[in-house]
Ligand binder design. Structure first.
Ligand code: ZN
Length: 89
């Protein structure tokens, strides 16, 4: 009985802390170890990947994301371009 509780607790803790130890990059959608990330920020109280905004060093370097605001601006521009391509052709 006691062992069952410990196992459940361990699994829960693992699931909760997994996105902290291995975040997912918001841009390339890859899961990498925490040390490969430049930005890692909680944006909501959800304890899953949806609750975090993370950017890996590779994407930051490649697309020149010096801050999360720059990343948001980049995404906005990209979305607008996608929209234009889809509906204006
Ligand atoms: Zn990335």
């Amino acid at each position: 009985m006691m062992i069952k509780i410990i196992v459940v607790f361990a699994v829960t803790a693992f699931l909760v802390f997994f996105p902290e130890i291995f975040p997912r990059c918001e841009y390339c959608r890859k899961i990498k170890p925490r040390r490969l990330f430049q930005f890692h920020k909680s944006i909501s109280l959800k304890l899953t990947y949806k609750g975090n905004l993370s950017l890996c060093k590779k994407c930051c370097k490649k697309y020149n994301f010096t801050s999360l605001d720059r990343f948001r601006k980049h995404m906005r521009v990209e979305k607008r371009m996608e929209y234009t391509v889809r509906y204006n052709l």
